[in-house]
Design a protein around this ligand. Structure first.
Ligand code: FAD
Length: 554
């Protein structure tokens, strides 16, 4: 159906709504476009809020990407802030709008309606959750309140509930302001969307910066004790704090859609088609409120990220003007910075693959420097890449490091988007000069390791089965390295002696070979396989082993 919209109303004027409005104007000079937002601002940078709380961003005005005046003057778009849309009459194609300052109700008719109401912070129904000093950070006024509380109460301690993106960013910013911070995270790892062993260095980094991380625990209640907040956890810990930040996650804001009888998806988001159209042909929905398709697994989910919200807004605008643009789904490409670490991922994690019932996958770990080792300052990137065993298609990647992690993830994100294989990673031609990368970039190395696995040149042993699959473990590091410990029961033969000593190895058992990060093990595997031994590489070596151990003991 081609809809030539005259009156387009947009509910929510931030990432999805604002991008929809602006795109629509660029496509249709005649449309009457009106945006309603119940908050005081449109088009503000929610992603910058933790840094405003942390005083890294000091001027609140810089958070305002575009004002209502700019929308009016530059784009001829009407913006009504402080106006909440309270109902949709789909029969009459009319919305009810409440002016929050006066309480006055009015109606506005539409030819096309776009819902971009975002998500709401999850506040668990636990005793004391409404006490003063407990905050969620979703809006500029929220962060203003946190800033005021910090200075009015000269806060020195904080508890952050939730160890995901926002929890980590808030921890960094509160530490930056001199607070002592405890994070309470219900799952057994920080950054729950990542695989546990990838997230292990993040916990170590936070701990090194003085943050107390309580994993596998949850706050059961809050109370006030002489002006301080006291959080009691399910494991019985008592945590005193001057301030509490709730960063448990969000749920899609679907109240308006539900009461209008629009269809919701099983994930709880508003169901939309590829053109972002809801179950009502005159209503589109975008952003954190909608259910979308994860392209690697095909799973339906809600993904509260700014990039997809903004792209969906654009697609909705094009659909409203009759263009056949489609939203291709999401691959959850994301990045977070905390205490000098960059944590980035794209596509499916191993746990998402398992949730989707995917078993046709393989994984490689590697820990290369972000640039060549001979140029000063190389920092390791801990990289995990997942690919389809049967055809080598790249399924996902996660990276943690001080430098260059997000660059590699962005490259692999494009490979996933284009349906690329590990061969494409091997062949990727990427920037190189000593201070920026390597002639064999970490992305290439991931491709080489995976291709060697697929070709049988250097197959991989499974870390999951070490000690249980009958393989003997061979550690080819130097004695100076193995003195500090190895995998229990490992045979120790340094690589440089292997050519002389390989006959000492058991010939009746397969071998799993490890070194510090995988490279020497690969050389050893090639040598041993040419002597007829069934040798496989434990990818990522001790660095992966230690991360797995840290994750298992968390
Ligand atoms: P929003 O941007 O939340 O906008 C929804 C708007 O709709 C709100 O202003 C709300 O007041 C209004 N509204 C809701 N209901 C009504 C109604 N009935 N009537 C009128 N108005 C209504 N994403 C990233 O990709 N990277 C990041 O680094 C990142 N950091 C973040 C940090 C923080 C602290 C927060 C809160 C979010 C962060 N995000 C980040 C997520 C990102 O901001 C969201 O995914 C994105 O803003 C979603 O856009 P949206 O248009 O769906 O909703």
């Amino acid at each position: 159906m081609t809809t030539k919209a005259k009156r387009v109303l947009i509910v929510g004027g931030v990432a999805g709504g604002a991008s929809c409005a602006a795109r629509l104007r660029r496509l249709d000079e005649t449309a009457e476009i009106t945006v309603f937002d119940r908050g005081p601002y449109v088009s503000f940078a929610n992603c910058g809020l933790p840094y405003f709380v942390g005083d890294v961003i000091t001027d609140e005005r810089t958070l305002l990407v575009a004002s209502a005046d700019l929308f009016r003057d530059r784009f001829n778009i009407g913006v009504h802030t402080g106006h909440e849309v309270t109902a949709i009459d789909r029969q009459r194609q009319v919305i009810t709008v409440k002016e929050l300052a006066s309480g006055a109700l009015s109606e506005a008719p539409y030819d096309a309606l776009v819902l971009s109401p975002g998500a709401m912070a999850i506040t668990p129904p636990i005793p004391g959750i409404d006490l003063p000093g407990i905050f969620s950070v979703r809006t500029i006024p929220d962060s203003r309140r946190v800033r005021a509380w910090l200075s009015d109460h000269q806060a020195k301690t904080a508890v952050i509930v939730g160890g995901g993106f926002i929890g980590l960013e808030m921890a960094e910013n509160l530490v930056h302001r001199g607070l002592t911070v405890t994070i309470v995270e219900k799952s057994a790892q920080l950054m729950p969307p990542l695989d546990a062993e990838v997230a292990a260095p993040v916990t170590a980094r936070l701990t090194a910066h003085g943050v107390t991380v309580r994993l596998g625990d949850a706050v059961a209640s809050f109370r006030n004790d002489g002006g301080a907040l006291v959080a009691t956890t399910e494991q019985g810990a008592t945590l005193r704090a001057d301030l509490v930040i709730l960063a448990i996650g969000v749920r899609p804001e679907t109240g308006l859609a539900t009461s209008a009888g629009l269809t919701l998806g099983r994930s709880g988001g508003i169901a939309v088609d590829e053109a972002m159209r809801t179950s009502d042909p005159h209503i589109w929905a975008v952003g954190d409120a909608v259910e979308t398709t994860e392209i690697v697994t095909g799973l339906k989910l809600v993904l509260p990220l700014a990039g997809p919200a903004s792209r969906q807004g654009r697609v909705a605008a094009e659909s409203i003007t009759g263009r056949g643009t489609h939203f291709r789904g999401v691959q959850a490409t994301s990045v977070c910075g905390a205490f000098g670490l960059t944590i980035a991922s794209t596509g499916a994690s191993e746990k998402l693959l398992q949730r989707a019932g995917v078993t046709d996958y393989e994984k490689v770990y590697l820990h290369p420097g972000h640039h060549v080792g001979y140029y000063p300052g190389a920092k390791p990137i801990h990289l995990k890449v997942l690919y389809r065993r049967s055809d080598g298609r790249v399924l996902g990647a996660q990276a943690v490091g001080e430098e260059g992690a997000e660059k590699r993830i962005d490259v692999i994100a494009m490979a996933i988007q284009l349906g690329g294989t590990v061969h494409d990673l091997s062949e990727a031609e990427l920037c190189y000069a000593p201070q920026f990368g390597a002639a064999k970039d970490p992305v290439n190395l991931a491709g080489f390791i995976a291709e060697n696995q697929r070709s049988g040149d250097a197959p991989l042993a499974s870390w999951d089965e070490v000690g249980t699959d009958g393989r003997a473990v061979l550690d080819v590091r130097e004695p100076t390295e193995t003195a500090a410990g190895s995998v229990p029961g490992a045979i120790l033969i340094p690589l440089h002696q292997l050519r002389q000593r390989w006959r000492e190895l058991p010939s009746d058992r397969p071998l799993a070979v490890l070194c510090a990060a995988g490279q020497r093990a690969y050389y050893a595997v090639r040598l041993l396989r040419q002597h007829g031994l069934d040798a496989r590489t434990l990818s990522g070596g001790m660095a992966t082993w230690q991360a797995r151990q840290a994750a298992a003991s968390a």
